[in-house]
Design a protein around this ligand. Structure first.
Ligand code: UDP
Ligand code: MG
Length: 313
């Protein structure tokens, strides 16, 4: 009998978690009579009663395993911990807020089982219920990153996916500290099919992503999978050198022909501002890559476990 590992990353999800478990169990009992299950709940350093909720589930259901972090390490770290702990034949990643409908799972399983795919991903085709400004920046981000990176990032792709253990093995072999999963999934390749669905709003609680957090995550994605910004800095530098070279020739010849009436202070100030602005901007981009490299080189653990019921960890 096949076994599916369901990995659920939870950060302050005391309200959603029981609802998630109920719905997932309903689907499992209805659609998965022929498949074994294990649940891996990863408590990402929650400050509310999430861990207590998980332990309660563990006590009444032996399929439930859990990992609890020593602090909040972020969803990427939680997903990695789950993937490393999973031992099913097929592994799925889900959010605790039911935005990833468990009802799709059977269809995903059938596709992966019968049609030779390694991974069934999901993407939402609408962003209903999301602030319009957030949707707008998300669209811009996907346009940008797909232009800059060789790796394809699908707009609206969720982390909700069902994968074979072979693909999961490939993903956990990527040991980088700055993890941007959407890129990592795409990087490892394998045959992926996308299922589309309409956006579903979270059942309870609030989103953990502020605009600022999302912006940082977007920069993470770009620096992890593209070096185009660095090339851009060089190109801007070259263009400015060429312009200034032309200007030097023009100014020298003008002075030789017409003398030097020492004016042009305002234009000078403008030029200094523009050029030093561009310099700082470029330095910032270089700094981004340097800081990522710095963090990688330190080789800190991606997460630290405080408590778990999985023996191997
Ligand atoms: N999450 C997490 N660690 C974090 C932030 C979020 O494990 O630092 C989990 C969260 O509990 C949820 C999932 O990641 O199960 C997605 O978070 P959320 O629903 O807030 O994001 P959104 O759906 O709004 O993008
Ligand atoms: Mg959500």
């Amino acid at each position: 009998m096949d076994k599916i590992s369901v990995i659920v990353s939870c950060y302050n999800e005391e309200e959603s978690l029981p609802l998630f478990y109920k719905e997932m169990e309903r689907v499992r009992e209805k659609d998965f009579k022929d498949v074994d299950f294990e649940y891996i709940f990863v408590d990402d350093g929650s400050k509310d009663k999430t861990l207590e909720e998980i332990k309660e589930l563990k006590n009444k259901d032996e399929k439930v395993k859990f990992i609890s972090f020593s602090r909040n390490f972020g969803k990427e770290a939680a997903m990695l911990a789950g993937l490393e702990a999973a031992n099913g034949d097929y592994i799925t990643l889900m959010d605790a807020d039911l935005q990833d409908p468990p009802a799709l799972l059977r269809q995903m399983y059938d596709l992966i089982k019968n049609e030779g795919y390694d991974c069934i991903g999901t993407r939402r085709v609408t962003r209903k219920g999301e602030p319009p400004i957030r949707s707008f920046f998300a669209r811009v981000f996907y346009k940008l990153i797909n232009k800059m990176s060789d790796i394809e990032m699908v707009d609206g792709a969720r982390d909700y996916r069902l994968m074979t253990k072979q693909m999961v093995k490939a993903i956990i072999s990527l040991k980088e500290y700055n993890r941007y999963s959407k890129g990592l999934f795409s990087f490892v390749g394998f045959k992926t099919k996308w299922l589309e669905y309409e956006n579903i709003e979270r059942v309870a609680g609030e989103t953990k992503w502020s605009f600022w957090k999302l912006l940082k995550y977007a920069i993470e994605g770009i620096t992890a999978f593209s070096t185009t910004p660095l090339i851009l800095c060089s190109v801007i530098g070259i263009v400015f050198c060429l312009i200034s070279f032309l200007m030097i020739i023009v100014i020298i010849s003008r002075t030789l022909m017409f003398g030097d009436p020492t004016s042009g202070w305002p234009s000078l100030v403008c030029i200094i501002f523009l050029v030093s602005g561009i310099q700082l901007f470029s330095l910032g981009i270089v700094g981004q890559y340097l800081s990522k490299t710095y963090l990688e080189v330190k080789q800190r653990p991606i997460y630290i476990i405080r408590e778990t019921n999985i023996n191997e960890l």
